[in-house]
Ligand binder design. Sequence first.
Ligand code: NAD
Length: 297
Amino acid sequence: MASTVGFVGLGNMGGPMAINLVKAGHRVLGFDLSEAAMAAHAEAGGEKAVSIGELAAAADVIVTMLPAGKHVRQIYQGEGGILETARPGTLLIDSSTIDVESARVVSKAAEESDMPMVDAPVSGGVAGAAAGTLTFMVGGADSAFEAARPFLEVMGKTIVHAGGAGTGQAAKICNNMLLGISMIGVCEAFVLAEKLGLDAQKLFDISSTASGQCWSLTSYCPVPGPVPSSPANRDYQPGFAAAMMLKDLKLAQEAAGSSGAATPLGAEAASLYALFCNSGGESQDFSGIVKFLRGET
Ligand code: NAD
């Protein structure tokens, strides 16, 4: 059934996600601070809203895809924000990657305003957003998850209910902390192999069928050759930018600090990605950290 969807944050991810909702027959009222993003949305068949208030008053469902927790708090809880201007019963879906604490605070405020809400961060990148094949990790009540599912299915392929409010964000940062750590491990193995005179392809052939096997090696190999589709084969053009990985590793460290979890390798991965980003790797693919470990950047 066609709905009126309000979409706030029409950037690299939000832009194509909103267009997939348009293609599915929904009326999509978009809002972004960027004129260019608004123009692209209108060009693709969406409508422009002049304010959050206008968008929220008209919407049955609101999706947000914003940079960080402070933007999400402001758009939902700020003066003239979504919780002040949307009708009770409006379904709220925040797909931004943000800190667990902000996700829980905003979700609680939404509940108090009688608006069901899910945190639904994604993985799959810009290509997945355009193709409608994102993975959504969803936190929230069963009923909110079921209400959100048909909209998430338009924008994604795999939709997982992770648990209560905030657990979507928890899943996202746990997964990406694991990914950051495993990528550094794989890179270190290739750097050591080079020093020891072991051919990279040989290491790949052996480790990909042995106990060192992992996604960072077999699907996203950080050296050119063994996995032709990996960013290493195109001079580390992202893919998934190192700056994004650093953002997620910092979120994981914040969460580890506030929850008391011991994540020493996560902390080390965050420092190494900060050094890589500061040495010019920020907009390269995160697998480019292999160059930093070789001392090349
Ligand atoms: P982006 O910077 O391209 O888009 C964010 C958009 O939000 C921008 O267009 C910006 O103008 C808009 N915005 C900011 N403040 C606003 C406000 N107050 N009102 C209206 N619009 C506002 O970022 P992105 O790459 O689309 O990422 C969005 C979120 O998705 C981030 O949380 C990111 O971590 C997450 N994410 C990104 C990727 C990726 O590959 N790009 C993958 C997974 C998750």
